[in-house]
Design a protein around this ligand. Structure first.
Ligand code: PHE
Length: 340
């Protein structure tokens, strides 16, 4: 009897059960009233007392192996039923797909747009491939002038020059060509410069430039507008400071720093221990630029400013490496979940 059971155990384990019918057959064969197990338990009665212990143990192993085989099949069939059926069942619960979080650059671009729209600025966008006139000449960059080297340009064609725009000032020109003052707009968009990629620079980045042209627009208006903006983005306690600078299309020109919101002005490695961080360039629109767009510079004045969205975002969220914006690493992007 022992030998018989020893053969039966692997036999049970190897039986292939594919369908519910197979399972039923298996059950009847082994567990049925006249089945294998019942027969063996009947025979067990006649086993001599000395062998009862050993035989009983092995008989029990067989019984468990049979049950285990049945349980495995039921379990496998259960998981199989969870895979989607091809039948169309409207009552099935949907598979939840979590929506992606908004990209940090989009979050900050939208904030900038919102802040300026509150004080009457509209939004204008235009092409990324520009001609020389709109990217340079109309902006008072004379031909062959070294100022053109300030922005390492990706040229697509030479003579006449077609290039990837190096700033969204090109949209300022297009806006002034198409509209007479008052003009009060901001220009968000992608810009391109031939720079080596590092933690602080990239060949593609995003700008928002702004332009206000009307009668009696002064440097005071510029300063107050930028102070309002800085406080809205970085908080009420933020201070600004303007330093003289140079751009071909503005005169006078300035660069604006904000008080470092990371150390509160005490000095840290973000502000290089100065307490200030530069965030934008600005100035009064050069009269020659207005004239290039057929706006009478005797009647109208204007100011312009331009900032990099990456820079603002890095300061706002304390991001130390600009390349993170372009790598689409979900561990980075998911940290912005829930921010609109
Ligand atoms: N166009 C300048 C740049 O990309 C920024 C700027 C805009 C400066 C408007 C002054 C006025 O660097």
């Amino acid at each position: 009897m022992l030998d018989k059971i020893h053969i039966l155990i692997p036999e049970v384990q190897d039986t292939s059960i594919k369908t519910k019918e197979d399972l039923e057959q298996f059950r009847i064969h082994y567990q049925g009233r006249k089945g294998v197990l019942a027969g063996l338990f009947e025979d067990f009665k006649t086993v001599p007392p000395a062998q009862k212990k050993e035989t009983g143990r092995i008989l029990n192993d067989l019984k468990m192996a049979i049950q285990a085989r049945i349980d495995t099949f039921i379990q496998e069939a259960g998981t199989k039923e969870e895979t989607p059926s091809t039948e169309f069942d409207l009552t099935r619960p949907v598979t939840y797909m979590e929506p992606g979080p908004r990209h940090p650059l989009s979050i900050v671009r939208n904030q900038i747009i919102e802040i300026f729209s509150r004080i009457g600025y509209t939004v204008a966008e235009d092409r990324e491939i520009e001609d020389d006139w709109h990217n340079f000449t109309a902006l008072n960059f004379p031909e062959e002038h070294p100022a053109r080297d300030m922005q390492d340009t990706f040229f697509i064609e030479k003579n006449p020059d077609i290039a990837l725009r190096t700033h969204t000032s090109s949209v300022q020109i297009r806006t002034m060509e198409q509209n007479q003052p008052p003009i009060r707009s901001i220009f968000p968009g992608r810009v391109f410069r031939n720079e080596a990629i590092s933690a602080r620079a990239h060949c593609i980045f995003h700008q928002v430039e702004g332009l206000y042209v009307d009668k009696d627009v002064s440097f005071r208006d510029l300063k107050q507008t930028l102070l309002y903006f800085a406080k809205e983005v970085f908080g009420e306690d933020t201070q600004i400071r303007l330093r003289p600078s140079y751009f071909p299309f503005t005169e006078p020109s300035g660069e604006m720093d904000v008080s470092c919101n990371i150390c509160g002005g005490k000095g840290c490695n973000i502000c290089k221990y100065t307490g200030w961080v530069e965030i934008l360039g600005c100035g009064m629109v050069d009269p020659a630029v207005l004239e290039n767009c057929n706006i009478d510079s005797e009647i109208y004045t204007g100011f312009a400013f331009g900032m990099g969205i990456e820079r603002i975002t890095m300061l706002k969220y304390q991001i130390k490496d600009l390349r993170l914006f372009f790598e689409n690493d979900l561990r980075f992007l998911n940290q912005f979940r829930g921010i609109i």
